[in-house]
Design a protein around this ligand. Structure first.
Ligand SMILES: C[S@@+](CC[C@H](N)C(=O)[O-])C[C@H]1O[C@@H](n2cnc3c(N)ncnc32)[C@H](O)[C@@H]1O
Length: 325
């Protein structure tokens, strides 16, 4: 019998929406070592409803956590990848007051772990974009553990809806489904990110390489969609950014991190199904029976372990003063 897990009912908190939380941190509070000043600006409900339509169910709470967070419980991806991101940031975050835009921050754990690896933390001004209200709430809590001299602005918005006059020293986009697997949209998105960078700014993109999860998604999404499906991977991002580097001064570098997902199969089928839904962006109850059987067979054959590889590409703008040297 193939399990049929019912979905949680309430996905979004009906309370008035806190769209922005600015957290200024300085070293004082005797109990926590942090003195936290919060400026909470509440706006009307419309903005939250607007973002709600743009975020998949995988990023909304189901019985207290999002499917993305369920996935994180069984993978060492963030631990492994944050070590690589930490090394990249150690090299880039070198001046006081640098500005940092994180697109699709999720619960903020990835960035928090990477920042905890920085040897000499500078004062950084963070803007964290997260369209899922449930994840943005988690994110606000996580930012309390960012380096204490930082300022943080959490924006409950998609990148597409971001309106800003600012330019950033660093833009990070890690595993953000921005192009929604439509490769032709990716150059336009990267072009906007590069424009939002200062003349010596850096764009960091993290995406999956051709790993087991990529294979799983390719096989089963093609099946579910009834046509060939191909997800955007790190090689696509690299080749688009290398194309930009032909017409503008950009320095491109690449890194990777390997990790493993240990699916709790068959012990915790609820979590297994949540993770499958997260990968395939479809609810288990909508899967045809033969696809359910094959998904479970695939997991059994791999002894519940899926290997994954995070690819990193860093595109550093080279200021014109340096291009003539
Ligand atoms: C797989 S999670 C990655 C979270 C985090 N960056 C990390 O690497 O751990 C993808 C995140 O992107 C957010 N997201 C989805 N569409 C987005 C968009 N159009 N603009 C900005 N963020 C988006 C989701 O809400 C989710 O939090």
């Amino acid at each position: 019998m193939v399990p049929d897990i019912q979905q949680g009912a309430t996905l979004w908190n009906p309370d008035p929406i806190t769209v922005k939380t600015r957290v200024a941190l300085s070293q004082k509070d005797s109990a926590t070592h942090f003195y936290l000043t919060r400026f909470v600006k509440k706006t009307t409900k419309e903005r939250g409803d607007l973002t709600m339509d743009n975020v998949g169910f995988e990023y909304r709470n189901k019985e207290g956590e999002t499917a993305f967070e369920t996935f994180l419980k069984y993978s060492n991806e963030k631990e492994k990848s944050s070590a690589v991101l930490g090394r990249i940031l150690n090299r880039l975050l070198i001046r006081d007051g640098m500005t940092f835009l994180d697109v699709g921050s999720g619960n903020g754990e990835f960035l928090r772990l990477a920042l905890s690896r920085i040897n000499h933390p500078q004062r950084v001004e963070f803007v964290l974009l997260e369209p899922s209200r449930d994840l943005a709430n988690q994110l606000r809590l996580t930012t309390h553990h960012f380096p204490c001299n930082s300022t943080v602005l959490v924006e409950c918005s998609t990148f597409e809806n971001l309106i800003t006059n600012s330019q950033f020293d660093i833009i990070l986009a890690s595993h953000v489904p921005l192009a929604k697997d439509q490769l032709e949209k990716l150059p336009g998105i990267f072009e906007r990110m590069l424009r939002l960078l200062k003349p010596d700014g850096s764009l960091i993109v993290v995406l999956r390489a051709k790993d087991d999860i990529h294979e799983f998604r390719t096989v089963f999404k093609s099946w579910l969609m009834g046509r060939d499906y191909r997800s955007v991977i790190i090689d696509d991002a690299v080749s688009i950014l290398e194309d930009f580097a032909r017409t503008m001064p950009l320095r491109i570098s690449k890194f990777s991190a390997e990790a493993e997902l240990h699916l709790p199969y068959p012990g915790n089928m609820r979590d297994v199904i949540s993770i499958v839904e997260f990968f395939l962006n479809k609810k288990w109850k909508e899967f045809p029976d033969n696809v359910r059987q094959s998904v479970l067979e695939y997991i059994r054959q791999r002894k519940s372990i899926l290997r994954h590889i995070d690819g990193f590409v860093v595109a550093e703008k080279i200021p014109s003063s340096q291009t003539h040297l």
